[in-house]
Design a protein around this ligand. Structure first.
Ligand code: NOJ
Length: 772
């Protein structure tokens, strides 16, 4: 009863949705819709090969292509090898054992009736053997090229090990630092997020699917996962269409346009319809509007979650709803494998529907060249995984992603002539935590900060003290198989106090203290949400006691999210946000602290003063009492409602001036574009990088528009005294938005503000008008 009612309601929603989808398609077809040569359109030859295969396939073999099973020691069917030979498995996940993968591929290609190769998926999120900075850190580089190159190294290492499919990039917009998975994406902004999404698709897949030494990419989690209520992982998401289309869907669209071959549906309910059974998302938007030709894979066990959510009544219903919504591959639940034949037999699902589900899976395998080159040359693993070029790039990426948040009286860079350093904090000596989450068996533990300082300053006295351990209050359910979990009994309060006192006495004896504080790897990521953003454990006490010693102090924060550093921002002269920097962490941190690299990263998120401000983002609408008016700066009676550090903010060891904002015209017809330029000059003492950012605001329209929206950026390297002109284009793509009032994409004849600067609070201003 409940299910049929739901179906009726859902059907009517889809019917009306479809109507406006068509209106939209024909009225505003090209809006925001860049087409790229990499766009995943299957050639006639690919389609022909798919059809030839389909003709030969039995129903069981077709269903097998939709079945992805675990190759790890959990959730796996016992008779995997037999199922491979029968063609009843299309892909595996969760194994990094090259010998096992190679064996399975040989079975599939040589023993199965139609010789269809397997896909082997894994979460290669920010590196494989070589670990690169976590994704939010890479976004803080504001340097898509450096990210693209990192992901191509990751792809090469994974592919050499037999993995041909990664579950990345994760492009979920996250505007709430309590949500643990903020670490996996590019932060709060759709424009920056889209640039990072495109870069990662290119990095993983190469210019096109099938490029040697690359892998199939998966854009995830479709869609809205980052807006979990209260920042609680997996919680329901309620997003109006305006937020979905203008913000949350943008990076997915960018990835689809860049040719991503697969897309993962999200776990949670989106507006009461689970994303893994959401026909509007997976069919209407993804297929009809965007023309996506890759395949949709569910998140792990998501088909079963349709039952847990109270959406599907049982496994048969879950399979029916998943396939009807547009799912192709069922990750790990094996529900499609168990239920589809019955659904076809009783006429609820047609063979034509099964064929539609299988087509993109086969097409991707063909396009990847797997039929011609299914195997991995295992003799190459050693050389690929030890290529020093990957480590070098990891160090560069880590340097470029760090953000200098505070630097009073030029505390940094520290002098290499320093006689002694007290290195303090629970994260100073932990390679696993400096790597960040999503560790892979066999990844290299990061160079610790202590090792990095010793490498740089062999003659300097460096003493270190942990100052008390930190650990999650409630362990992660992933602690057993992901890095970061601690098995030993927790320290007692006395033991921690003793370690804090040891740290204080080291600080007293040393010329300078370097504090490395923050979060362990398992404190962010999946199942790692927080209700506060305080420094975990007794790190705040440690920080205050070290500051009270009265010697120079530099604070390095290692974490996957912004934390409450309001006290530090007023009392500690130098603060560097290092994120979780990866394999070369310690070396890169030492490079920044001692000036061998000049920080140029910028925040990809608004840094909150406390958890109570979340969700927090710069691109909100202008309100009745604008915060730009000093009288109204505090919506909270305890303090400001503005961020501690704004989106786009980051300091350097040099200074820059940005001036001379010019527009090529101040009036333009809808559909035309103008050029905005500004000059940026390095006015400080050394070479450095500035990220020049362009923001716009539409002053009136069919709906209220955000106070500012990022619409261009460029990271520029400048020698001392050097000047460059930065060019941005503003046209239909940048000026169009989804109007909730008009239910369509619109470019409206209105006045616009433009700002160019080095942060979302940029003051350099101009204005233009779009004519009727
Ligand atoms: C669950 C996570 O949500 C997803 O991001 C990941 O790719 C899959 N598990 C596979 O490990």
């Amino acid at each position: 009863m409940r299910v049929s009612l739901l179906r009726a309601v859902t059907k009517s929603i889809y019917t009306s949705t479809l109507l406006w989808v068509f209106v939209l398609l024909f009225a505003t077809a090209s809006v925001g819709q860049e087409s790229s040569p990499a766009n995943l359109s299957n050639s006639a030859t690919v389609n022909q090969r798919v059809e030839e295969l389909l003709k030969k396939m039995t129903l069981e073999e077709k269903i097998g292509q939709l079945n992805q099973v675990s190759a790890a020691n959990f959730l796996n069917p016992p008779n995997r090898e037999e199922l491979i030979e029968k063609g009843q498995i299309g892909s595996f996940l969760w194994s990094v054992d090259p010998v096992q993968l190679d064996k399975y591929q040989h079975l599939a290609v040589e023993k199965s009736r139609l010789h269809i190769p397997l896909l082997f998926g894994y979460d290669v999120i920010h590196g494989f053997r070589t670990v690169f900075p976590v994704p939010i850190a890479m976004a803080a580089s504001w340097d898509p090229q450096v990210l693209e190159k990192a992901q191509s190294f990751a792809a090469r290492e994974a592919r050499a090990s037999g993995i041909n499919w990664t579950f990345g990039p994760m492009v979920d917009i996250a505007r709430d630092a309590r949500w643990g998975r903020i670490v996996e994406g590019a932060g709060e902004d759709p424009y920056l997020g889209s640039a990072m999404a495109r870069a990662q698709v290119r990095g993983f897949q190469g210019p096109q699917l099938g490029t040697p030494d690359h892998v199939l990419a998966t854009v995830k989690h479709f869609a809205g996962y980052g807006a979990a209520e209260g920042g609680r992982d997996y919680d329901s998401v309620y997003l109006p269409e305006t937020s979905l289309r203008n913000v949350y869907l943008q990076p997915f669209r960018a990835a689809v346009d860049a040719g991503v071959g697969s897309l993962m549906s999200a776990y949670m309910d989106l507006n009461d319809v689970p994303a893994g059974g959401n026909h509007w998302l997976l069919h209407d938007v993804l297929r009809t509007e965007w023309g996506f030709q890759g395949f949709v894979v569910t998140d792990a066990l998501t088909t079963n979650d349709l039952i847990i959510h109270g959406f599907a009544k049982d496994e048969t219903d879950a399979a029916y709803r998943a396939v009807s919504a547009g799912v192709n591959v069922d990750m790990a639940s094996r529900i499609l494998a168990g239920q589809l034949a019955g659904l076809v037999k009783n006429g609820k699902i047609t063979v034509a529907q099964i064929d539609d589900a299988v087509r993109p899976v086969l097409a991707v395998k063909i396009r990847m060249g797997l039929f011609e080159h299914p195997y991995t040359d295992l003799s190459k693993i050693g050389s690929v995984l030890s290529d020093p070029a990957a480590r070098e790039h990891s160090r560069i990426a880590a340097q470029r992603s760090m953000v200098l948040l505070r630097n009073e009286n030029h505390t940094l860079p520290l002098s290499k002539k320093v006689s002694s350093i007290a290195l303090i904090g629970p994260l100073a000596n932990d390679g696993i935590d400096l790597d960040g989450g999503w560790g892979v068996d066999g990844e290299t533990p990061a160079v610790t900060v202590e090792a990095g300082l010793r490498n740089k300053l062999p003659g300097v006295t460096i003493t270190s003290a942990r100052g008390g351990e930190i650990r999650r209050t409630i362990p992660s359910r992933f602690d057993d198989f992901l890095p970061g979990g601690k098995k030993t009994p927790p320290q007692t309060a006395e033991e921690i106090s003793k370690e804090i006192e040891e740290a204080v006495s080291l600080a007293k004896k040393s010329e300078v203290s370097v504090l490395v504080l923050g979060e362990t790897a398992n404190m962010s990521g999946e199942y790692a949400s927080r209700s506060t953003l305080e420094l975990p454990g007794r790190q705040q006490e440690l920080l205050e006691k070290i500051a009270a010693v009265g010697k120079p102090v530099a604070l390095v924060i290692v974490s996957g999210r912004p934390l409450n550093i309001s006290w530090a921002s007023a009392h500690i002269p130098a603060i560097v946000m290092a994120w979780q920097p990866g394999s070369e962490a310690g070396n890169a941190i030492a490079d920044i602290l001692f000036g061998d690299a000049n920080p140029g990263g910028k925040l990809p998120v608004s840094w909150p003063r406390s958890a109570g401000q979340e969700p927090l983002y710069y691109s909100h609408n202008v309100t009745q009492y604008p915060e730009s008016d000093p009288t109204y700066r505090s919506r909270y009676w305890e303090g400001p409602s503005t961020p501690l550090y704004p989106f786009g903010f980051g300091l350097s060891y040099t200074t820059f001036s940005i001036s001379d904002l010019r527009l090529s015209k101040t009036e333009l017809k809808a559909g035309d574009s103008l050029e905005a330029t500004a000059t940026v000059t390095n006015t400080g003492g050394i070479a450095g990088d500035e990220v020049v950012q362009l923001y716009i605001h539409q002053r009136a329209g069919s709906t209220s528009r955000p106070i500012r929206e990022l619409k261009g950026f460029e990271r520029v390297s400048l020698q001392l005294g050097e000047t460059k002109t930065v060019h941005f284009t503003l046209g239909k793509k940048e000026l169009t938005y989804w109007s909730e009032a008009r239910k369509s994409w619109v470019e409206e004849p209105e006045e616009f503000d433009v700002w160019i600067g080095n942060c979302s609070t940029a003051a350099l201003h101009a204005a233009f008008r779009v004519l009727e």
